[in-house]
Design a protein around this ligand. Structure first.
Ligand code: FEO
Length: 171
């Protein structure tokens, strides 16, 4: 069953959102590297990779359904942060917005009775729960340690151990 043009547009919009997320996390990684917090920088690069995989899963899906992938321009990401905590507050805010977009896309897929798209988006809905939980966990720790340098360096070491998520899609 061919995909409706309205859904093609909405999926292309979501592909752009995922690439924009990747771009933002890459900028955050650069900021952490400049701040000599290489574990945080590594965490952000893992996040960058995940976002690329999220974009590519929809990219492949759209092609499989006979829709045209049309890539959109990206905005320059924010490059400077006042602290690791402020940076992670931004990550959480961003992920909450992404969750809202995924939910809106799912509702559109329901309205248009596109079952295949609903199936694919169910994966994204649970992935967003995991993403927000991961960010909240780091943020809780950052709020706890405040500006305590040794505690931030310890957290930096822990975040440097993050490996690629087992829950990543095959693009
Ligand atoms: Fe692809 Fe972090 O949402």
């Amino acid at each position: 069953m061919s995909i409706k043009p309205k859904l093609v547009d909405a999926i292309n919009e979501q592909i752009a959102t995922e690439f924009q997320s990747a771009y933002q996390y890459l900028a955050m990684s650069a900021w952490f590297t400049r701040s000599s917090l290489h574990g945080f920088a590594h965490w952000m690069q893992m996040q960058w990779q995940e976002e690329i995989a999220h974009a590519m899963k929809l990219f492949t899906f759209l092609h499989d359904r006979g829709g045209n992938v049309v890539l959109r321009g990206l905005d320059a990401p924010v490059a400077e942060y006042s602290s690791p905590q402020q940076c992670f507050e931004e990550v959480l805010r961003h992920e909450q917005q992404v969750t809202e977009r995924i939910h809106a896309l799912y509702e559109l897929a329901q309205q248009e009775r596109d079952l295949a798209l609903q199936m694919v988006l169910q994966w994204y809905i649970s992935e967003q729960v995991e993403e927000e939980a991961q960010v909240n966990e780091v943020l809780d720790r950052l709020r706890l340690v405040g500006t305590d340098g040794p505690a931030i360096f310890l957290l930096d070491r822990q975040l440097g151990e993050r490996s690629a998520s087992a829950n990543q899609p095959q693009a």
